[in-house]
Design a protein around this ligand. Structure first.
Ligand code: ADP
Ligand code: MG
Length: 291
């Protein structure tokens, strides 16, 4: 399912003294199969935008289609859409509430498939818990509160992918985790992308995460998309990102320092590529113990 937004606008509390226009004409296309990143300052409209994609926020201005679903159409099958576009909120582990992990994950399924047989549901729940790399037998009867923070986040993700959404959206999936936890979550999302959900969309303020993981990304600023491209092209424009008050990946920071010294590296800004290109250049110039 392809996502196409045109001139999307949204105002919170319209017609009140507290009106705040969060989206000011967002144009964006996310192709099926992408691992898409959404970057931007706090308050730039990222969360407001992604909540439109499964109609948690109803369209009030502009147009939005997700596959064949036209979200401007009042007759759009919103419940069906929500089962195909899964949304994992920021810190989703705080929204777990059932007594057991199994019941929590099943809750997501019951909402959408009321007629599904109990056995079939249990099988789907078991598969989803396995997919997030948790041991089903070990965790199914535990309270979510007995698990670690990282495990709880996995349970929350299982509760969303259990409906087998085609598109999985995650708002800051790695926020608040330690470096290893962040790496594991990103690895998990790639595994889900390869085997379970065709398209993954992540909101992130971590530029290294975007450089390392995304096929393409969009930069939000003040309710608009100001760049939409591959991370390699976006991070070439580091001056513009900095002037927007955004951070850049550590590889882009190094590239800037090297450029000041007259050395240009043609890199996609992933760490592996940056190191390989730097080493190749260094060896070519007889650096180190060249063999
Ligand atoms: P981001 O996710 O990029 O931080 P948001 O989409 O949350 O941005 O917010 C965009 C703008 O909308 C901000 O100015 C924010 O203050 C405002 N906003 C977000 N949520 C609400 C809300 N529930 N009520 C009123 N204003 C809101
Ligand atoms: Mg947000």
């Amino acid at each position: 399912m392809r996502i196409v937004a045109k001139d999307l606008t949204y105002t919170y509390n319209p017609k009140s003294p507290f009106a705040s226009q969060a989206l000011k004409g967002v144009d964006i296309v996310i192709e099926e199969g992408e691992f898409f990143g959404i970057i931007g300052h706090t308050g730039s409209g990222k969360s407001t935008f992604v909540q439109h994609l499964n109609a948690l926020i109803k369209l009030t201005g502009g147009s939005l289609t997700v596959g064949d679903y036209d979200l401007s159409d009042k007759k759009c099958k919103f419940l069906e859409l929500r089962s195909k576009v899964g949304m994992v909120f920021q810190y989703p582990e705080y929204q777990l509430f059932a007594e057991t992990v199994e019941k929590d994950v099943m809750f997501g399924l019951k909402n959408f498939h009321k007629g599904m047989a109990e056995e079939e549901m249990k099988a789907a729940v078991k598969e989803a818990i396995g997919r997030v790399d948790l041991d089903y037998e070990d965790v199914k009867d535990k309270s979510p509160f007995e698990l670690s923070g990282g495990q709880r986040r996995r349970v929350a993700i299982a509760g969303v992918i259990v409906t087998r959404p085609e598109i999985l959206i995650l708002d800051e999936p790695a926020a608040g985790l330690d470096p290893l936890g962040k790496k594991e979550i990103m690895q998990l999302l790639h595994a889900i992308h390869g085997s379970w959900c065709k398209t993954v969309v992540i909101v992130s303020h971590d530029m290294d995460e975007i450089a390392e993981n995304c096929t393409r990304a969009a930069v939000f600023s003040e309710g608009k998309v100001v760049m939409e491209d591959t991370p390699a092209e976006i991070f070439k424009r580091s001056d513009e990102l900095i002037s927007l008050g955004l951070d850049i990946p550590v590889t882009a920071k190094c590239a800037r320092v090297m450029k000041e010294r007259g050395i240009e590296i043609d890199t996609d800004f992933t760490c592996d590529d940056f190191i390989a290109k730097t080493l190749a250049l260094w060896k070519g110039q007889g650096g180190g113990n060249a063999q």
